[in-house]
Design a protein around this ligand. Structure first.
Ligand code: GLC
Length: 476
């Protein structure tokens, strides 16, 4: 296996809305270091153009049809850590402030997918594998195998479709097929059909050679009606081709020994003084009472129902009755933002809500907290728990998806574990688990230290998973 093209809606360091960008920004470079010709293609959004355009090189320009309309398309590129990144330009569709959430998303990503497929022949670049990610890319296997399938170069490429979050599916009216230049045959035969229309994510599941997702547990969960979001029966048909491979993180970017955004760098050897220095700096920065003996609990997340934020707001008084300080960073649903603003107003010095996305502050929360909260309803993989373990900040998670696969819970008897977890999506269970964490933090410092050691020595890099990717590619 020699070459892979990752197709996605976002990638770091260029743009990010969620964990997908972390994955696309880090896995390919590890594959490249292992000798794979790994490349990435994403849309050229406005914030990317504003920041990076001067370093881009024009790769190819062509015109193509999106439905009846002839569209110009320019593909730019740049190279990062041995990985070539392509950017697809279209002023009307992509020169906007954020990646998704527009009423014409179906059309925007029809354009994107057609353009990805077309650029291959224009550049005479046909990778061995196309690694498609989430709904924005789901039609690509179908296009390559069916619409362009009479061309061996398209048919011979192997297609992976990777699910990062099955709740976002890209479901549209079947009329959208006309943009792809195909008739409704595969709506009528059911293979593209989702509800009354068609689904991009469903198309990816049906037409890819292999389906992947981002943890073993999530791979099992999405086969059930509780998590499958009505795709469970289709996935059941692909069960033998479905793999869960857990995400890694970029361990160069997330390294407490070298992280330039921290008040003090540290490793396990000087953990105690390093953690205290970062805690103090965080308390000062955010206006919390400066105390080195208090357990600081951090959370960095999109503040949505999925992330379990209402479990926190429901039990806020009880939670803040524990001897702890709480720091929350993120934006999201207005109810959640409202609760956390109120929380800060009513508990000055003990609780802080920073509304916004602030990458540097995120680093300092990972480093300055003792405990990191992720009470998610579902979590395909989760990245934050991996980062927090690397920073010696024990994660407190709900046992779902990748959280279950990566956080071994504290065992009072064997003293093993690298975090805390609870099973039911229930605010009392969250509260009780927080109480247990506080007890261990204050009364069993040796157990805590052992867990910090396990957490910090855990391999959260891409090494292992990148090898799993390669094995799956090779099997194809
Ligand atoms: C999505 C999932 C998250 C996962 C990320 C990257 O954002 O919600 O759990 O870690 O994709 O795969």
């Amino acid at each position: 296996m020699k070459s892979v093209l990752f197709v996605a809606g976002e990638a770091l360091p260029f743009i990010k809305t969620g964990g997908l960008a972390d994955v696309i920004g880090s896995a390919p470079k590890v594959l490249a270091a292992k000798g794979v010709d790994a490349r990435v293609v994403i849309p050229l959004y406005k914030p990317i153009a504003e920041k990076y355009f001067s370093e881009f090189k024009e790769e190819v320009f062509f015109e193509m049809f999106v439905g009846p309309r002839q569209c110009p398309c320019t593909v730019y590129s740049t190279v990062r850590d041995g990985v070539k990144y392509y950017f697809i330009q279209h002023a009307g569709y992509f020169e906007r402030d954020v990646c998704y959430g527009y009423p014409d998303d179906g059309e925007r990503f029809a354009f994107f997918q057609i353009c990805v497929v077309e650029m291959l022949v224009r550049m005479n670049y046909f990778p061995d594998i196309i690694h498609n990610n989430d709904w924005q890319t789901g039609m690509i296997p179908y296009l390559c195998k069916v619409k362009y399938g009479s061309d061996d170069r398209y048919r011979n490429m192997k297609q992976i479709f990777m699910i990062h979050n099955i709740a976002f599916q890209g479901n549209y009216s079947s009329d959208i097929l006309s943009l792809f230049g195909v008739d409704k045959t595969h709506f009528y035969d059911g293979s593209l059909r989702m509800y009354d229309g068609i689904g991009y994510m469903k198309a990816g599941i049906v037409y890819a050679d292999k389906v992947m997702t981002v943890s073993n547990t999530y791979a099992k969960e999405i086969l059930t009606s509780e998590f499958g979001e009505n795709l469970e029966t289709v996935l059941e048909l692909r069960k033998d081709d479905l793999y869960g491979v857990v995400n890694g993180i970029d361990v160069d970017l997330w390294n407490p020994k070298t992280d330039p955004m921290l008040a003090a760098n540290y490793s396990f050897r000087n953990f105690k003084s390093g953690k205290l220095a970062n805690k103090k700096a965080l308390q000062e920065e955010l206006g919390l009472e400066v105390r080195d003996d208090v357990m600081v609990v951090g959370m960095v997340a999109r503040l949505t129902w999925q992330k379990g934020v209402y479990l926190i707001s429901q039990r806020l008084n009880e939670i803040l009755g524990i001897n702890l300080q709480l720091v929350i960073l993120g934006t999201g649903e207005s109810d959640a933002e409202y609760y956390f603003r109120e929380m800060e107003n009513n508990h000055k010095g003990q609780a802080v809500y920073y509304r916004g996305y602030n990458e540097e502050l995120a680093h300092r929360i990972y480093a300055g907290s003792d405990l990191f909260l992720m009470p998610s309803l579902y979590e395909p993989c989760g990245i934050s728990q991996l980062i927090s373990m690397r920073y010696g900040t024990l994660p407190l998670v709900r046992e779902t998806g990748g959280l279950k696969d990566t956080v071994q819970p504290y065992n009072e008897y064997t003293k093993e574990g690298c975090g805390f977890s609870f099973a039911n999506f229930n605010s009392w269970d969250l509260y009780n688990t927080l109480c247990l964490a506080a007890k261990v933090f204050y009364d069993r410092p040796n157990d805590w230290r052992e867990m910090v050691h396990s957490a910090m020595s855990k391999d959260v890099s891409w090494e292992h998973s990148a090898q799993d990717y390669i094995n799956i590619y090779e099997a194809l």
